[in-house]
Ligand binder design. Structure first.
Ligand SMILES: [Zn+2]
Length: 350
């Protein structure tokens, strides 16, 4: 339902030409794009995490279009320079990838090389350390492999039917919402861990099978096109961690581990999950205290001059796998759609 409404809005803005008229007013000075997986599409009917993946052909069309467009594709350091010195002669785009999946190396990186595009990669260090818990993938696997699942909710045994693809989608949405609504990250982890153990799903396998090794990350890091950024150690929703010291440690330690592994200290940070329930003013303050040059959220939006005063709370535009059309991206990058979602507020850092 929500997807239909979003798609309808994007189509209207595109075909009415409104997005084009609005861009000079709402387009700001640049945009940071968020991506995760780049890999060939899969055929399963149940793919609740499909929004996190785009196919290589779509990605190549995007890069080709960016290459031809009157804008600069730049690194995070250059974005920082432009924002802080007020150099806004040309509109810019930053390409960012979260989490460090192997498919980026296999499918995305060759295209980034081909079109000579700078890009950034935000790494949660527990992923190459093979200790990461991709709990959203664990939840997907449990539901995919079972017709009915059981879990404890508020100390009560509950069962959810998930035999058909439609039931699986509904079960996923319901449980994902339930997990994201939990007060602490610990509770989320405990619940999914228990669910995986109970249904014989090996959560550690996802990390091994889908995330880059340190050698693979080092291979990308050696390319001047690539900027490695921090993404905490354990990929935690920081705002759901009550102890401020742990939040600080998650950010600082991930930077230390990346520096030790790759020989260069990361200057940029991405908050895991990154929406307002995962990163807020406390996290922005700590990131600033730790001396990061920039930190990105997943709050939707383009960048305005005013963001020079909010470098620890930069918005991004997600290249969403559910909406793989160049015209949707044109609308999103024009700032028209995000301006409407944000009630025409330029900065959202509260
Ligand atoms: Zn992430």
């Amino acid at each position: 339902m929500k997807k239909t409404i979003i798609r309808g809005g994007l189509e209207t803005l595109y075909f009415s030409g409104l997005y084009h008229l609005m861009q000079p007013f709402l387009g700001g000075v640049g945009v940071i794009l968020t991506m995760h997986h780049v890999r060939p599409p899969r055929t399963e009917a149940f793919q609740p995490n499909r929004l996190l993946e785009i196919n290589p052909a779509f990605f190549e069309r995007l890069l080709r279009r960016l290459k031809r467009a009157r804008l600069d594709v730049i690194s995070l350091d250059e974005m920082h320079r432009r924002l802080t010195t007020g150099d806004f002669k040309r509109r810019f785009v930053c390409l960012t990838f979260d989490d460090g999946y192997k498919d980026l190396l296999a499918w995305g990186y060759p295209l980034l090389k081909k079109y000579e595009m700078p890009f950034a990669l935000y790494i949660p260090t527990s992923f190459p350390d093979r200790l990461g818990e991709l709990w959203w993938v664990g939840l997907e696997a449990v539901i995919a492999q079972n017709n009915r699942i059981g879990l404890m909710i508020n100390d009560k045994q509950q069962f959810v039917d998930c035999a058909t693809a439609a039931e699986k989608r509904e079960a996923y949405d319901q449980l994902y919402r339930f997990l994201r609504g939990m007060k602490t990250e610990d509770e989320v982890r405990r619940t999914v861990r228990e669910l995986c153990v109970r249904h014989g799903v090996d959560m550690a396998a996802f990390c091994r099978d889908t995330c880059m090794t340190w050698d693979e990350i080092a291979q990308l890091a050696a390319d001047p096109l690539c900027t490695i950024g921090a993404h905490t150690v354990n990929h935690v929703m920081l705002k759901k961690v009550p102890d401020e010291n742990i939040v600080r440690t998650e950010m600082a330690m991930s930077r230390q581990v990346l520096e030790a592994a790759l020989g260069k200290r990361p200057d940029h940070l991405a908050y895991p999950v990154g929406d307002p329930t995962s990163a807020g003013p406390r996290e922005f303050r700590i990131a600033a205290e730790l001396g990061f040059k920039t930190a990105v959220t997943t709050r939707p939006g383009v960048l305005f001059k005013a963001h020079r005063n909010h470098l620890m709370a930069l918005p991004r535009v997600s290249v969403n796998g559910e909406f793989q059309r160049q015209r949707y991206l044109k609308v999103l990058m024009s700032g028209a759609a995000t301006a409407m979602w944000n009630g025409f507020r330029q900065v959202n850092a509260a």
